[in-house]
Design a protein around this ligand. Structure first.
Ligand SMILES: Cc1cc2nc3c(=O)[nH]c(=O)nc-3n(C[C@H](O)[C@H](O)[C@H](O)COP(=O)(O)O)c2cc1C
Ligand code: SF4
Ligand code: SF4
Length: 377
């Protein structure tokens, strides 16, 4: 099975070979560091690199105070040189950048072009960086953050924003701001907040979410995936042994299950993607309040799901509770009626989950497209 069939993840027009990223560590994570780990990572965010006078001065001060920072006179030639080293590899490069204005980021974009992901570092909490107007400053000054995102997007860049959970007053609102400004990826250091915080963020935006912080075991990785992450990232424990264990385990799971980051059922704490597994809206359960929250009536949900499965194998299922596999439960819930229908259609459990995955993406598109219109209108 190829990587696209396993994960269905594309970034910058390229297929991700594994949903694992290397997270940046200033003064440590450069191209050589990343390429030593290239077998078991799909994206490498190198950096952080300070890219304008204010952030470079902050880096100098941070270094004097004992932190590791990358040293250079000219960020552009340094970054060009680093990015060049990824040519011919299947590791997608991202650059984690500390800057204070749209102009600083556009300077780098005009030198590096479209082959890299531009990650705005809104994560750094060192005082000199915050005082310079970069890093965590951007989480409290979201107009500037939005201006930077918009400028990069208008220029044609793929944009990621690295945040630390719990800094903003409301991470769901922050996620929405970042989405509405046009970002593609939200890279979240979850600190100690855990999967519930991730679920909240997943329910607030349709962005590609990278979950980060201490994701060093398959158990933790799976927990992140089942609560809304599309990708996980590692910094401090990104040694080849850990990366290889995670990569092998997720590849096996993806192949066997058909949906590597499937959510739990909604009534078991699943996120918005779990609407794909929900029954026909005919009973009092967690579905009705969830629909109310997203502003969709039960009838709209009913009609939407049936229209989205038209001409797909999920339209069949006469022997199931509601006459269509559109309403059927996750494959991990045993059910002989669903399985009879699957057998009749010649589908395995993993085929079924692949179709449910696509259905969930279409539901999300509808939910968030409508929310987008409602906000901007
Ligand atoms: C030494 C060090 C330097 C870091 N530098 C950056 C940075 O420049 N930009 C950034 O976004 N995050 C930076 N981080 C944060 C990491 O990318 C990551 O979010 C954090 O370490 C938690 O993930 P982990 O548990 O996998 O290490 C740094 C972390 C460490 C330990
Ligand atoms: S509709 Fe079914 S799957 Fe969804 S919350 Fe209700 S009981 Fe659970
Ligand atoms: S037929 Fe089985 S899988 Fe389908 S909705 Fe009923 S209980 Fe769930």
């Amino acid at each position: 099975m190829d990587s696209y069939d396993m994960y269905e993840l594309m970034i910058n027009g390229r297929t991700l070979k594994t949903p694992i990223a290397l997270a940046s560590m200033a003064g440590i994570t450069d191209a050589s560091y990343a390429l030593l780990r290239k077998e078991n990572a799909g994206i490498a965010f190198i950096g952080g690199y300070s890219i304008d006078e204010s952030s470079m001065n902050a880096s100098l001060q941070m270094e004097e105070e004992g932190r590791h920072e990358f040293k250079y006179e000219d960020p552009i030639s340094t970054l060009q040189n680093e990015i060049q080293k990824f040519k011919g590899t299947d590791l997608i490069p991202g650059v984690n950048l500390r800057g204070t204005s749209p102009k600083s980021f556009l300077n780098i974009y005009s030198a590096l072009g479209n082959e890299v992901i531009y990650e705005i570092d809104a994560h750094c909490r060192q005082e000199p960086m915050i005082n310079a107007g970069s890093g965590e400053y951007l989480l409290k000054n979201t107009d500037t953050l939005s201006d930077i995102i918009r400028a990069l997007k208008e220029a044609g860049a793929t944009v990621s924003v690295k945040i630390r959970a719990g800094v903003s007053e409301d991470d769901s609102v922050l996620a929405r701001i970042i989405w509405k400004a046009g970002a593609d990826i939200l890279h979240v250091d979850l600190m100690d907040f855990g999967p519930e915080k991730l679920r909240q963020i997943r329910n607030s935006c349709p962005l590609i979410i990278i979950a980060n912080n201490s994701i060093n075991t398959f158990e933790r990785m799976k927990d992140m995936f089942s609560h809304g992450a599309d990708i996980v990232s590692l910094a401090r424990n990104a040694d080849n042994k850990t990366l290889e264990n995670l990569n092998r385990a997720i590849a096996e799971y993806a192949e066997e299950s058909g949906w590597y980051n499937s959510p739990k059922q909604l009534c078991r704490g699943g996120d918005i993607r779990s609407l794909t597994f929900c029954c026909m809206p005919v009973k009092q359960c967690a579905l009705l309040p969830a629909l109310k929250k997203i502003g969709m009536s039960p009838k709209e949900f009913h009609d939407l799901k049936l229209s989205l499965v038209e001409n797909t194998p999920l339209a069949s299922g006469e022997s199931t509770c509601f006459g269509s596999l559109a309403w059927c439960c996750k494959s991990s819930t045993p059910c002989m009626f669903r399985d009879m229908s699957l057998k009749r259609e010649g589908l395995t459990h993993s085929d079924y989950m692949r179709y449910k995955h696509r259905l969930s993406e279409k539901i999300l598109k509808k939910v968030f497209d409508d929310k987008g219109e409602e906000k901007s209108g």
